[in-house]
Design a protein around this ligand. Structure first.
Ligand code: SF4
Length: 378
């Protein structure tokens, strides 16, 4: 298939998740909304249902969700609830609500009350101490509860074999996305920030076997092309999510290519695979335990600032000249981590800029000017 055809397919899915959801429903499939972060989507896939990412939206204004949310909750959480209240996500049969941050913890109860009889709300608490035996057992217990709730919705048991297969499918998808991110850097003349974002965003709305098949095809096409001679600048992007068309356009207008990312909605979600050939529930808990260098997860050695050094190294290894941090307004974990990231970047001599964003932003003039000034300084 021609490269533009594959890219267009990803773009269409990323731009219209609702259409994708309706298409799966028309096939007789049930779908489960998966809120951020680190829900074991493999369980949903193994239950023969569609895991459907819910990361807020750039296209709506918070209205109905105001009744349930404190004004200082981030817009991602509030707009996720808005989509569940205004009918956009009515085709879902349930949602999984992880509670990793101080916003998502109370929000999980808002979701429960707001959805009442509309759809199942499956609570998921990850362990704070994810490395030791007790933490892993806690994680397995939580995942077992999610599994039982999903079985009630799907009406069938999630077998060990089905889950082992789901892990294989997801590992293949994570591998393909890691490969794509590298190829996108090498071919940044073809894979613009908008295209890169659309390709990765589509993964949240497609069954992973279908998605991976297309992505492997795209990767093959890219690998066969000559490496780009790039005259613009290259940056690493960091933050929770930056899928706004206006922000992506501002990057493109200033000839900014993305060398790599440290973004929750993108690479942070597929850095680590689950072990294969072992008990699959243990494998999922192991996978969560093995995720590291993440602002949202407990770091027993935080004084060493490993995460800051990790991101600085990512900039150097990917050939980026600087880093753009898209800081979600009202996101405590990202804001609290920022001084440590700054310290590591300054120590490594990597210039950076922090730009405040949220999903209700409609005027991007200031952000575009900041990007222009930053890129001119590089
Ligand atoms: S953006 Fe920040 S505050 Fe909002 S859900 Fe994500 S981690 Fe929590």
């Amino acid at each position: 298939m021609a490269i533009n055809t594959i890219i267009d397919e990803f773009k269409q899915v990323a731009a219209n998740p609702k259409k994708q959801l309706l298409a799966y429903k028309a096939q007789g499939k049930k779908a489960i909304g998966v809120l951020p972060y680190y829900a074991p989507e493999e369980l949903v896939y193994a239950a023969d249902m569609v895991p459907f990412g819910i990361w807020g939206t750039n296209d709506k204004t918070i209205s109905l969700a105001k009744e349930y949310c404190a004004t200082f909750y981030c817009t991602i959480a509030q707009l996720a609830l808005e989509m569940l209240l205004d009918g956009t996500m009515d085709e879902l049969s349930g949602i999984i609500t992880p509670v990793i941050c101080d916003t998502l913890r109370p929000m999980s109860q808002n979701f429960r009350v707001a959805m009442d009889k509309k759809m199942a709300v499956i609570f998921l608490a990850h362990p704070q101490n994810r490395f030791d035996a007790a933490g892993k057992q806690f994680c397995i217990d939580q995942y077992t509860n999610v599994k039982k709730e999903l079985e009630k919705i799907s009406g069938k048991e999630i077998t060990v074999d089905a889950l082992a297969n789901a892990i294989k499918v997801y590992n293949a998808s994570r591998k393909a996305r890691r490969e794509f991110v590298k190829l996108a850097n090498e071919h940044c003349d073809v894979i613009t920030p908008t295209i890169r974002s659309a390709v990765l965003k589509a993964s949240w709305f497609m069954l992973k076997d279908e998605y991976t098949k297309k992505l492997v095809e795209l990767n093959k096409e890219l690998a066969a092309m000559p490496v780009a001679k790039w005259n613009g600048v290259k940056v690493v992007v960091s933050g929770i999510i930056y899928d706004s068309p206006a922000l992506l356009k501002a990057l493109e207008d200033n000839h900014v290519a993305i060398a790599a990312d440290d973004v929750a909605h993108e690479t942070r979600a597929f850095r680590i695979d689950a072990p294969e050939g072992v008990d699959p529930m243990t494998a999922l808990a192991d996978q969560f335990a093995n995720i590291d260098n993440d602002v949202l997860l407990y770091d027993a050695e935080s004084a060493k600032n490993n995460r800051g050094d990790f991101v600085a190294k990512l900039c150097k290894d990917s050939g980026a000249q600087g880093l753009i941090l898209f800081m979600q307004q009202f996101c405590d974990p990202e804001e609290m981590e920022y001084p440590y990231l700054k310290k590591a970047l300054d120590k490594a001599g990597i210039p950076h800029i922090k730009i405040g964003v949220d999903q209700q932003m409609r005027d991007f003039g200031q952000a575009a000017t900041a990007i222009q000034a930053f890129t001119e300084s590089l």
